[in-house]
Ligand binder design. Structure first.
Ligand code: SF4
Length: 144
Protein backbone atom coordinates (compact mmCIF):
# COMPACT_ATOMS: atom_id res chain seq x y z
CA UNK A 1 0.00 0.00 0.00
CA UNK A 2 1.69 3.20 -1.14
CA UNK A 3 -0.91 5.85 -0.38
CA UNK A 4 -4.60 6.18 0.35
CA UNK A 5 -6.74 8.32 -1.92
CA UNK A 6 -9.08 9.45 0.88
CA UNK A 7 -9.64 8.83 4.58
CA UNK A 8 -11.66 5.60 4.70
CA UNK A 9 -14.85 5.51 6.73
CA UNK A 10 -15.93 2.35 8.51
CA UNK A 11 -19.37 1.06 9.43
CA UNK A 12 -19.51 -1.67 12.07
CA UNK A 13 -22.35 -4.16 12.37
CA UNK A 14 -22.69 -6.94 14.93
CA UNK A 15 -24.45 -10.06 13.64
CA UNK A 16 -25.15 -12.99 15.92
CA UNK A 17 -22.27 -12.89 18.40
CA UNK A 18 -21.26 -13.07 22.05
CA UNK A 19 -20.12 -9.41 21.77
CA UNK A 20 -16.53 -10.37 22.57
CA UNK A 21 -15.30 -9.22 19.16
CA UNK A 22 -17.41 -6.03 19.41
CA UNK A 23 -15.61 -5.04 22.59
CA UNK A 24 -12.31 -5.52 20.75
CA UNK A 25 -13.58 -3.39 17.84
CA UNK A 26 -14.39 -0.66 20.39
CA UNK A 27 -10.88 -1.02 21.82
CA UNK A 28 -9.43 -0.60 18.32
CA UNK A 29 -11.45 2.59 17.80
CA UNK A 30 -10.82 4.21 21.17
CA UNK A 31 -7.62 6.00 22.32
CA UNK A 32 -5.52 3.05 23.50
CA UNK A 33 -5.24 1.52 19.99
CA UNK A 34 -6.63 4.56 18.15
CA UNK A 35 -7.33 3.34 14.61
CA UNK A 36 -8.28 6.96 13.81
CA UNK A 37 -4.57 7.78 13.63
CA UNK A 38 -4.67 6.14 10.19
CA UNK A 39 -7.38 8.59 9.15
CA UNK A 40 -10.10 5.98 9.63
CA UNK A 41 -13.45 7.32 10.86
CA UNK A 42 -16.30 5.29 12.35
CA UNK A 43 -19.69 6.17 10.84
CA UNK A 44 -23.24 4.96 11.45
CA UNK A 45 -24.35 5.76 7.90
CA UNK A 46 -23.69 3.09 5.22
CA UNK A 47 -23.95 5.75 2.51
CA UNK A 48 -20.77 7.34 3.90
CA UNK A 49 -18.85 4.11 4.48
CA UNK A 50 -16.04 2.53 2.44
CA UNK A 51 -15.41 -0.40 4.79
CA UNK A 52 -18.02 -2.77 6.24
CA UNK A 53 -16.59 -4.25 9.44
CA UNK A 54 -18.79 -7.11 10.58
CA UNK A 55 -18.61 -9.29 13.68
CA UNK A 56 -20.73 -12.32 14.49
CA UNK A 57 -22.53 -14.84 12.33
CA UNK A 58 -25.40 -14.53 9.88
CA UNK A 59 -28.82 -15.66 11.00
CA UNK A 60 -32.33 -15.57 9.56
CA UNK A 61 -33.09 -12.22 11.21
CA UNK A 62 -29.95 -10.28 10.31
CA UNK A 63 -29.40 -11.59 6.77
CA UNK A 64 -31.58 -8.88 5.21
CA UNK A 65 -29.95 -6.17 7.38
CA UNK A 66 -26.44 -7.20 6.30
CA UNK A 67 -27.48 -7.20 2.63
CA UNK A 68 -29.21 -3.85 3.08
CA UNK A 69 -26.16 -2.18 4.67
CA UNK A 70 -23.89 -3.59 1.95
CA UNK A 71 -26.16 -2.45 -0.88
CA UNK A 72 -26.41 1.10 0.54
CA UNK A 73 -22.63 1.52 0.61
CA UNK A 74 -21.24 3.32 -2.45
CA UNK A 75 -18.73 1.56 -4.73
CA UNK A 76 -15.89 0.85 -4.37
CA UNK A 77 -16.22 -0.81 -0.96
CA UNK A 78 -14.71 -3.64 1.02
CA UNK A 79 -15.97 -6.08 3.65
CA UNK A 80 -13.90 -7.24 6.61
CA UNK A 81 -15.18 -10.26 8.57
CA UNK A 82 -13.88 -10.04 12.14
CA UNK A 83 -13.61 -13.23 14.18
CA UNK A 84 -14.43 -16.90 13.77
CA UNK A 85 -18.18 -16.30 14.00
CA UNK A 86 -18.06 -13.86 11.07
CA UNK A 87 -15.90 -16.32 9.11
CA UNK A 88 -17.88 -19.55 9.58
CA UNK A 89 -20.62 -19.05 12.16
CA UNK A 90 -18.16 -20.06 14.91
CA UNK A 91 -19.68 -21.25 18.14
CA UNK A 92 -23.15 -20.37 16.82
CA UNK A 93 -22.76 -22.46 13.69
CA UNK A 94 -25.06 -25.27 14.84
CA UNK A 95 -27.80 -22.94 16.14
CA UNK A 96 -31.19 -23.52 14.52
CA UNK A 97 -31.38 -20.13 12.79
CA UNK A 98 -27.70 -19.55 11.88
CA UNK A 99 -26.83 -19.54 8.18
CA UNK A 100 -23.04 -19.40 8.62
CA UNK A 101 -20.42 -16.73 8.05
CA UNK A 102 -20.68 -13.35 6.33
CA UNK A 103 -19.38 -14.82 3.07
CA UNK A 104 -22.67 -16.73 2.72
CA UNK A 105 -24.43 -13.41 2.06
CA UNK A 106 -22.01 -10.79 0.73
CA UNK A 107 -18.46 -10.92 -0.72
CA UNK A 108 -15.74 -10.72 1.95
CA UNK A 109 -12.36 -9.12 1.14
CA UNK A 110 -10.49 -9.76 4.41
CA UNK A 111 -10.97 -12.36 7.13
CA UNK A 112 -9.49 -11.48 10.54
CA UNK A 113 -9.05 -14.66 12.60
CA UNK A 114 -9.50 -15.00 16.35
CA UNK A 115 -11.96 -15.59 19.18
CA UNK A 116 -11.97 -12.97 20.43
CA UNK A 117 -9.97 -11.02 17.85
CA UNK A 118 -7.19 -8.85 19.30
CA UNK A 119 -7.39 -5.10 18.51
CA UNK A 120 -3.96 -5.32 16.84
CA UNK A 121 -5.33 -8.01 14.49
CA UNK A 122 -8.37 -5.83 13.68
CA UNK A 123 -6.09 -2.89 12.83
CA UNK A 124 -3.90 -5.22 10.73
CA UNK A 125 -7.00 -6.46 8.89
CA UNK A 126 -8.18 -2.89 8.25
CA UNK A 127 -4.75 -1.89 6.90
CA UNK A 128 -4.79 -4.96 4.58
CA UNK A 129 -8.29 -3.96 3.53
CA UNK A 130 -7.07 -0.44 2.70
CA UNK A 131 -4.69 -1.91 0.11
CA UNK A 132 -7.59 -3.79 -1.49
CA UNK A 133 -9.80 -0.69 -1.33
CA UNK A 134 -7.12 1.36 -3.05
CA UNK A 135 -6.86 -1.16 -5.92
CA UNK A 136 -10.64 -1.13 -6.28
CA UNK A 137 -10.63 2.70 -6.28
CA UNK A 138 -7.99 2.73 -9.05
CA UNK A 139 -9.99 0.23 -11.16
CA UNK A 140 -13.17 2.20 -10.50
CA UNK A 141 -11.59 5.53 -11.57
CA UNK A 142 -10.36 3.91 -14.84
CA UNK A 143 -13.93 2.82 -15.64
CA UNK A 144 -15.40 6.27 -14.83
S1 SF4 B 1 -15.47 -15.05 17.44
FE1 SF4 B 1 -15.50 -15.59 19.65
S2 SF4 B 1 -15.39 -13.61 20.73
FE2 SF4 B 1 -15.95 -13.18 18.58
S3 SF4 B 1 -18.19 -13.06 18.62
FE3 SF4 B 1 -17.62 -15.19 18.08
S4 SF4 B 1 -17.59 -16.29 20.06
FE4 SF4 B 1 -17.56 -14.11 20.52
Amino acid sequence: MSSIIKSPWVIHYDGSSCNGCDIEVLAALTPRFDVERFGIINTGNPKHADIFLITGSINEQNISIVKNIYEQMPNPKIVIAVGVCAATGGIFRECYNVQGGVGEVIPVDVYVPGCAVRPEAIIDGVVKGLGILQKKQEEWSKQA
